[in-house]
Design a protein around this ligand. Structure first.
Ligand code: ADP
Length: 503
């Protein structure tokens, strides 16, 4: 190989090398370009990843924040529920306590700290002492109590003004008054507090203070509400207790008065009984004393009328007959008086036997029929068919009918009507004697059964009477354990009713 060939060969080799290098460079460039593109893509992906990581981080932070808040809310809720339970427990106890001092004792004895505060005071204003008197303190030592008391009283006007507002305030609701808030914190040795007025309608007012030393406890609006409710309940309980005490005292007073009056009345009743007995004894002895001379007067008058001692001029005989008539009336009256006195004193003996009312009524009707005929009065008897026998003294029962029917005839004008009704009901027999007579004025109705009482009417002015008949009838009926009463309409008639127990 010659030089030329060698040179050519070298040239060719150089060219080849250059070419190869160029190809390699091109290839490397292409690879580089592809790599750069990939790196760019990767970079974008990394950016995206970082962004989403950042987003995830944000979200994680949010979740943690929400979780903390949720926990806080849960804690708050738990506190509220515990507080509400404690409030419910306290409310139930104090609302059933009717003694003022007991109200505070029961608050002290319950688990008060469940309300979320470990310290409490109730101070009531005493008008007489002109200062606040503590009724309750929880969570304080004796020495602390003694230092707090004068401090509160040296600011009494401020507390009185606060009570007057009727509003609850606390560490959060009194922020405008920082100095005052700090003063309360200092006096009561707390970090947060609620103060609520106690406003019963009756008696002294005051305020309820609750507080806590715990820096972590934050007073909420819920706490304010809770303490407001509780102080309202305390106010209500105080009001109830005071009203109860008032009522109790009034009742005691009343009972004392009733006792006194009963004693006085018993004494008066004893006196009346004594006087009544004296009266009965007097009437009884006077009647007895009268009966002997009356019997002789009647005896002598009879001897003279019968002219056993010689002939009498007609004028003298007429006078003697008058004496005899008047004596009869007097004997009748004395007998009635003696009977009343005997029944009143329980000395009268009633011969209680089964009596057939129909027979008694028909016997008396026979007796009275002549008087009825004379005045053309219709006498009707309407007696229940199967009326049971009545347990009574026949003579006395007849006297009752004679007196009542006699009065009915006496006070009924001509052509009138008298009705006798009798029926039994619930082991009692009731008899009603009605007439169509002059009637009895309403204000006299309650007095006609009294001894010697007579209504001032034209018939009584003409016809004589003693005013003893109805009194005797009442005594007889009551001695039979019955009742008697009268109903009347003036000018229309009267009804006398009495009851007697069936055997
Ligand atoms: P006396 O008939 O003797 O006056 P009583 O004691 O029987 O006494 O009656 C008292 C009074 O009651 C009578 O005076 C009369 O005014 C009144 N009274 C009694 N029964 C009747 C009657 N049926 N109708 C009207 N008044 C009567």
């Amino acid at each position: 190989m010659n030089t030329m060939q060698l040179i050519n060969l070298l040239r060719f080799a150089n060219l080849f090398t250059i070419l190869s290098l160029a190809i390699v460079i091109v290839l490397l460039t292409i690879v580089l370009i592809l790599k750069i593109d990939k790196i760019k893509k990767l970079q974008t992906m990394v950016d995206k990843l970082r962004k989403s990581l950042e987003e995830m981080d944000e979200q994680a932070k949010l979740i943690v924040r929400t979780d903390i808040e949720l926990n806080k809310a849960q804690e708050e809720l738990d506190k509220k529920i515990t507080g509400l339970y404690a409030l419910q427990r306290l409310s139930r106890i104090i609302s059933t306590t009717l003694e003022e001092s007991q109200i505070f004792k029961v608050i002290e004895s319950t688990s008060f700290e469940d309300l979320g505060f470990e310290k409490a005071w109730v101070l009531l204003w005493d008008d007489k002492e002109n200062k606040f008197i503590p009724q309750l303190n929880i969570g304080y030592l004796h020495d602390e109590i003694e230092t707090i008391k004068p401090q509160v009283n040296s600011d009494k006007d401020i507390y009185l003004d606060l009570i007057k507002t009727g509003k609850t305030f606390s560490s959060i609701s009194a922020p405008h008054n920082t100095a005052w808030r700090e003063k309360i914190n200092h006096i009561f040795k707390v970090n947060s507090f609620v103060v609520s007025p106690i406003l019963p309608k009756e008696g002294s007012k005051g305020f309820f203070f609750v507080g806590t030393e715990n820096m972590d406890v934050a007073i909420t609006e819920g706490d304010e509400e809770l303490i407001t409710i509780l102080s309202n309940q305390i106010g209500q309980a105080l009001e109830n207790a005071r009203l109860f005490e008032k009522t109790w005292h009034a009742q005691q007073e009343l009972e004392k008065k009733v006792e006194e009056r009963t004693r006085e009345l018993t004494f008066a009743l004893d006196e009346v009984k004594k006087i009544n007995k004296r009266k009965t004894d007097f009437i009884s002895s006077v009647s007895h004393e009268l009966r002997t001379p009356l019997t002789s007067i009647k005896g002598y008058a009879a001897i003279l009328i019968e002219e056993k001692l010689g002939h009498l001029p007609p004028a003298a005989k007429e006078r003697l007959e008058k004496i005899n008539r008047h004596s009869d009336e007097l004997v009748h009256m004395v007998n009635d008086l003696l009977d009343i006195a005997r029944i009143e004193s329980g000395r009268a003996i009633m011969k209680m036997e089964e009596q057939d009312l129909k027979t008694i009524i028909s016997n008396v009707a026979d007796l009275i029929s002549i008087q009825c005929k004379n005045k053309n009065i219709e006498l009707i008897a309407s007696i229940q068919k199967d009326i049971p026998p009545v347990l009574a003294d026949r003579v006395q029962l007849e006297r009752v009918f004679i007196n009542l029917l006699g009065n009915a005839v006496k006070f009924t004008p001509e052509n009138g009507k008298i009705t006798i009704k009798a029926h039994s009901q619930d082991n009692v027999i009731q008899v009603d004697i009605s007439d169509t007579g002059i009637g009895i004025p309403p204000d006299s109705l309650s007095m006609i059964f009294e001894e010697f009482y007579r209504v001032d009417n034209p018939i009584n002015q003409q016809v004589k009477g003693t005013g003893l008949g109805l009194s005797l009838v009442k005594h007889i009926i009551e001695a039979h354990k019955g009742k008697i009463w009268a109903e009347s309409k003036q000018g229309k008639g009267s009804t006398f009713s009495f009851t007697l127990p069936v055997e």
